[in-house]
Design a binder for this molecule. Sequence first.
Ligand code: F0G
Length: 461
Amino acid sequence: MTELTRMPEPYKMKVVEPIRLIPREDREKAIKEAGLNQFLLQAEDVFIDLLTDSGTGAMSQDQWAGMMIGDESYAGSRNFYNLQRSVEDVLGYKYFVPTHQGRGAENVLFPLIIKPGQYILGNYHFDTTKAHIELKGGRAINLIHQRAYDTASAHPFKGDIDLEKLEAFINEKGVEQIAFILMTVTCNSVGGQPVSMANLRSAYEMAQKYNLPIFLDAARFAENAYFIKQRESGYENKSIAEIVLETFSYSDGCTMSAKKDGLVNMGGMIGIRDNEELFKKVRQNVVPIEGFPTYGGLSGRDMEALARGLREVIEEDYLASRINQVQYLGERLKAAGIPIQEPVGGHAVFIDAKRFLPHIPQSEYPAQALCVELYLESGVRAVEVGTLLAGRDPETGEEIYPELDLLRLTIPRRVYTYNHMDWIVDGLKRIATRKDQIVGLKMVYEPEILRHFTARFAWVK
Ligand code: F0G
């Protein structure tokens, strides 16, 4: 990919939503009222919102048109069957049930396939995934390759699971202690880094060898496929559709948050390749938790939007534009000397706050301090993925200091333009010239669980 190239978006705008940069004094007031926690800001006080790429994307005219043919029948809605055809064509799965979002899928599937005490082995489990595993008595183990922790090393597939560690773990604990393997594509928690097809295939073969089920956490499956096409030899001439089908062929099923690559604002699913027994159990379990199996937490119109989104997201010009925009942001920050996780991932650029603000100790939440500064400087809302998010050790109550303290600039799909990317870079460049003056934070209110959402802070000194 050529450095710093802008690529025209393969769409034009028909409806626009105004956003406003409120004056600096108002931003100061807003962030202080929010206890220096950007989760507590009112969205209208934010100019560019990079909190998450989840459910924040823009739908196409075809998806909006589909909303009008929503069939809100309680059972057997036509949109369910449309979605079923998309799931079969795009993912190659015979069975699925819709859920309201990704964690709904985890909540329905996991109790059926985890026995208390069992281990669930993955490259790196997303937070809600880990939480649902633990709620069902399982133990979530991350076996990502060590290189993922070095933000400066530019490996093309930093989302790969370490196959040697995987096999060693299975042998050490014994197969009966393992519930299943879960491959997260792309791997959000280490920076939206892709997993190679070779790694997916080997993990699948290992699952076969030990007779273990293997699932995908498929939230960003299309972005992963695009990286495979760009970076893995043998795939340059394959279509994204073919790569996606091959990806899903190396799994027994998936949980999916459709709020990312489903290109919808709400939705998810459990997909099952061909295991009819498991599908029967899932269909039973979805009823009391999410809803009847032909809607499972979604309205008919939402299922229609998803049925169309699954087909749109594998269009190559869309993916090229999407990934290029994120790369452009990353490359410009890098050119300005701002340390980022490399290579740039699919859905976000991560700034390494420990390297950017070495004068702030990790106990004073450097990435969170930078989030506050970025909002004050340019009205941009980012999110901390570091010490604040990691929380405390449940046994000792001590703070956990993760290896990485990152600020995530998460880019919604089809929402912002390159001009917005430039605005973000310019703000960070101004901050870089006076970064030594940024002070750390101390927590003045700390909730017992999921503290990052509601904690309140004050500046140290
Ligand atoms: N798996 C992955 C890899 C995710 O990134 C997420 C959500 C989920 C599962 C849960 O899905 O939100 O639909 O229930 N990630 C969002 C984020 C919240 O900001 O990274 P959900």
